[in-house]
Design a protein around this ligand. Structure first.
Ligand SMILES: Cc1cc2nc3c(=O)[nH]c(=O)nc-3n(C[C@H](O)[C@H](O)[C@H](O)COP(=O)(O)O)c2cc1C
Length: 192
């Protein structure tokens, strides 16, 4: 990637290299198709994520590049996201299941997030990069794909091979060219 500084996580002690090197890129290599095995591996990683009562309150809409579904998901993104996400190999909508036959699923958002995290690291292991988005119209996706009320689109994830941020418009490439930061462990520990 074309950056002059190290975008790896700076950690007090070493962590797993996949975790340390993961980052959400906006630049994707255009024209790359995910293999069926790659897609299956990503979905398997999500499928085997833990959840409250094993309720598995996650569903997905997978839209590969150059399909009508891809365009429908892309159209739901905020313009700033659409600009870079159009080059991704696939867009994956993370859909939360808010209730089932037993009643409300109070940890659905938490569980979906965890499934997405598992998928993210499988993607890293496959040499892929992902960037998640909250900047999209959930109602538009729900309408386009005729989802019942209990199924709520929660994030859209762009998946592909990391590309060259130098090819992106300055207005959208910013995050790929900036240092990455985090709160310190001391700031996170409430009882430190
Ligand atoms: C739930 C969620 C929503 C996000 N929404 C957007 C978005 O709409 N557009 C965007 O460019 N990045 C989005 N991001 C990416 C974050 O900005 C990014 O993960 C964060 O800045 C940390 O960078 P890193 O993943 O490289 O460590 C989102 C990430 C998450 C997890």
């Amino acid at each position: 990637m074309n950056t002059s500084f190290d975008r790896h996580a700076q950690t007090a002690v070493p962590i797993h290299p996949l975790l340390a090197s993961r980052q959400s890129t906006r630049a994707f290599e255009a024209g790359y198709d995910l293999s069926d095995d790659q897609v299956t591996a990503l979905l398997e990683a999500a499928r085997w994520s833990p959840s409250a009562g094993n309720s598995q309150p996650w569903r997905f809409i997978l839209a590969r590049r150059e399909t009508g579904e891809f365009k429908r998901v892309l159209d739901s993104l905020k313009p700033g996201n659409r600009e870079w996400a159009q080059h991704a190999s696939a867009l994956l909508v993370g859909v939360r299941v808010d209730s089932n036959e037993k009643g409300p699923l109070s940890h659905a958002a938490y569980d979906l997030g965890q499934a997405m995290a598992h998928l993210t690291f499988q993607a890293a292991a496959e040499g892929l990069t992902v960037r998640q988005m909250g900047g999209f119209d959930a109602d538009a996706i729900a309408g386009e794909f005729e989802l019942p009320e209990a199924l709520r689109p929660t994030t859209v994830m762009a998946i592909g091979i990391a590309g060259d941020p130098g090819l992106l418009e300055e207005s959208v490439a910013g995050p790929d060219r900036s240092p990455r930061g985090r709160l310190t462990i001391d700031e996170l520990l409430l009882n430190g």
